[in-house]
Design a protein around this ligand. Structure first.
Ligand code: GRF
Length: 223
């Protein structure tokens, strides 16, 4: 007899628009997806994503960082209380614009994911699309990684690459990367939640899933 799948309980942490959040909510509705969205938490009361999450009938919470007078530990204790109340297994940062203390990060080690709009380890930090254009790279993209103490640095779970066009602006490039992000994050969360992602002895992530070894993205197109 097949064992019933126990879906991981996921919290999505947002600060704004919430398009990655929406993609993850959509994925979690698919039968057989190994995670359910048990909480959407924002540090900004006005985050657009909150309305969308509530309209989906999901539990939402606001922990407004401005109410903590810069006391990060107190802010994190309030966040942690919501996570515990909803029995969260995995956190997905989805456009969450606050940095966590090393203590919070180590508490969630191996259980907290982030999406970064660049092919890490290139272009850590902000304004990634502008900086990619300035550097003249021909391929850009997005990365889902585990969160560690150093910003945008944890073990990489999955990446998506897109071409950079000569006529791109930061906005057109951002839109192309975002379209890839919306496919990438559900894939990466699915791998982690199902236990298909594991750590190698070097601390890198191995994914027990198929990869097309012949896949190539060459820019400009050689054909
Ligand atoms: C995304 O580009 C994500 O990679 C970055 O912040 C943006 C969030 O967008 N971390 P949204 O809130 O998911 O629409």
């Amino acid at each position: 007899m097949e064992e019933a799948m126990v879906r991981k309980r996921v919290a999505l942490l947002i600060s704004g628009r919430g398009s990655n959040m929406t993609a993850l909510i959509g994925a979690a509705k698919q039968p057989g997806y190994p995670a359910e969205i048990a909480l959407v938490l924002s540090n900004r009361p006005e985050a657009h994503g909150l309305h969308r999450a509530a309209a989906e009938g999901l539990a939402t919470a606001v922990v407004d960082h401005t109410g903590f007078g810069g006391n990060r530990e107190a802010f994190e204790r309030a966040v942690q209380a919501h996570l515990e109340a909803h029995r969260i297994d995995i956190i997905c940062l989805a456009g969450f614009m606050r940095l966590f203390t090393p203590s919070f990060v180590s508490q969630w080690s191996g259980r907290m994911l982030n999406i970064h709009p660049a092919l890490l380890p290139s272009f850590k930090g902000l304004r990634t699309h502008q900086r990619a254009l300035e550097a003249g790279v021909k391929i850009h993209g997005a990365t889902v990684h585990f969160v560690v103490g150093e910003v945008d640095s944890g073990p990489i779970v999955a990446q998506a690459a897109v071409p950079v066009l000569d006529e791109d602006t930061p906005e057109t490039l951002a839109a192309r990367v975002l379209a890839a992000e919306l496919r990438l994050y559900p894939l990466a969360l699915g791998l982690v939640a199902s236990g298909k992602s594991s750590f190698s002895s070097h601390g890198t992530v191995r994914n027990d899933t198929a990869v097309a070894p012949a896949a190539q993205l060459i820019v400009p197109d050689p054909h």
